[in-house]
Design a protein around this ligand. Structure first.
Ligand code: DOR
Ligand code: ZN
Ligand code: ZN
Length: 417
């Protein structure tokens, strides 16, 4: 065995002392005692499956002033994330086989974590061609950053059929374009008026007709949560919709789609998350430069960074006793692995050795200067958090004790023919 990691590991749904045996990046055995060429004993620290973030925008290619695959995945690794699934609204967008291949060439060798790429759905797109190269498909039902809007019911129906034939999941930005207002916006409340919760509910109700596997991205309202729960969809929630609402006075820095809503919406989502009723925690990491965000509210782009902070925020809730650890592990690792068919997400034989090591005593405040996204800002300054002590990707230590600890060796989880 190349490596044995020992500690209070989360195995079969609970914490106990275990040795995790690793060979060629895979977990080959989990036992009370194991010997390996290298043995690392983390004592009382927790060893958890690394998180899988099923929704990031790493901006590569084309928007690399905001982020690139190197900085984005490094931020992920510092936040306990071992694998990111990247969205297609880049420049050019990843909406054809050629674009997807070109994107893969551009980002090759840059990643610190593993990654998968979503293929973007556009009217007339050849989805079957892209399927073998993509971890899933993405459809925007309402306009947001980029030009991937699918507003016509006929086009959505065709996309649903095509995705169904591939057997892959369709992750959806569910805001109904027809219900999004275009009034000039001066602040977050205007933004919310233009993008009411009814737009989220209407979009979700329409999805039931598609017939393919549907994942509803970034639920933002109590009504949207209820709507999505009626169907056999999987559901994502972001940290920003759990920790922030329309009372956050940060101007365009808090502008995001779907918008931050009321305190009641936030509490309903948080309750559902704590109860384990939301499948996946997803950052929707959408970095924009400080310059982009400092423009007038109306023209500033929507989106905020979050890939590095979402797990640390949640670990602080675990420490305070508000969030059961098994609920967090399920939402940050087990469910994303199941939904997107990844051999990751659990500490068990046959899975990739993607792990995070957590010192639960290390509760501290988030400081922007300690973060690694290229965008250089966060809405969580001062929030309680526990950053993982170390993150491993396929048995390779990537970060430890707040510093880079290894080589970048991130791989694409979908290598097409
Ligand atoms: O606020 C958002 N930002 N929502 C999206 O759907 C896209 C994202 C981005 O890429 O900036
Ligand atoms: Zn979205
Ligand atoms: Zn997104």
């Amino acid at each position: 065995m190349d490596l044995v990691i020992e500690g209070r590991a989360f195995v079969k749904g609970r914490l106990s002392n275990w040795c995790i045996g690793i060979e060629d990046g895979r977990i080959v055995e989990v036992a009370k005692n194991l010997r390996g060429e290298e043995h690392v004993d983390y004592g009382q620290m927790l060893v958890l499956p690394a998180a899988i973030d099923p929704h990031v925008h790493l901006r590569d290619p084309g928007l690399t002033a905001k982020e690139d695959f190197s900085t984005g995945t490094l931020a992920a690794a510092f936040g306990g994330v071992g694998c990111v699934l990247d969205m297609p609204n880049t420049i050019p967008p990843a909406t054809s086989l050629a674009d997807l291949r070109e994107k893969k060439r551009t980002i090759a060798g840059k990643a610190w974590t593993d990654y998968g790429l979503f293929a973007g759905c556009i009217p007339g797109g050849k989805l079957e061609e892209m399927a073998p190269h993509a971890v899933g498909f993405k459809m925007f039902m309402g306009s947001s950053t980029g030009k991937l809007l699918v507003a016509e019911e006929r086009d959505r129906a065709r996309i649903g059929q095509a995705v169904k034939a591939t057997g892959k999941v369709l992750s959806v930005h569910a805001e109904e374009e027809a219900l999004i207002g275009k009034e000039r916006e001066q602040d977050i409340r205007d933004h919310l008026r233009n993008r009411p919760f009814q737009a989220e509910v209407a979009a979700i109700d329409r999805l039931s007709a598609l017939g393919c596997r549907v994942n509803v991205c970034h639920l933002s309202s109590a009504a949207g949560l209820n709507a999505a729960s009626k169907y056999n969809f999987t559901k994502e929630v972001t940290a920003h919709h759990l920790f922030l609402d329309r009372d956050n006075e940060r101007g365009a820095f808090a502008k995001v789609n779907p918008p931050l809503r009321t305190r009641d919406d936030r509490f309903a989502l948080m309750k559902a998350f704590l109860d384990g009723r939301i499948d996946m925690l997803a950052s929707d990491h959408a970095p924009h430069t400080i310059e982009d965000k400092s423009q007038e509210f109306d023209i500033a782009p929507s989106g905020m960074p979050g890939v590095e902070t979402q797990v640390p925020l949640m670990l602080a809730l675990v420490k305070k006793g508000a969030l059961p650890l098994d609920v967090l592990v399920r939402a940050m690792a087990e469910r994303p692995a199941e939904v997107f068919s990844l051999k990751k997400g659990r500490i068990e034989e046959g899975r990739d050795a993607d792990l995070m090591v957590v010192d639960t005593r290390a509760l501290g405040g988030i400081k922007v200067n300690n973060l690694h996204s290229k965008c250089g800002w966060t809405l969580y300054e001062g929030f309680d958090a526990i950053f993982p002590y170390a993150t491993y990707v396929r048995g390779h230590k990537v970060v430890e004790d707040g510093a880079i600890a290894g080589e970048r060796g991130g791989r694409d989880v979908v290598v097409g023919p």
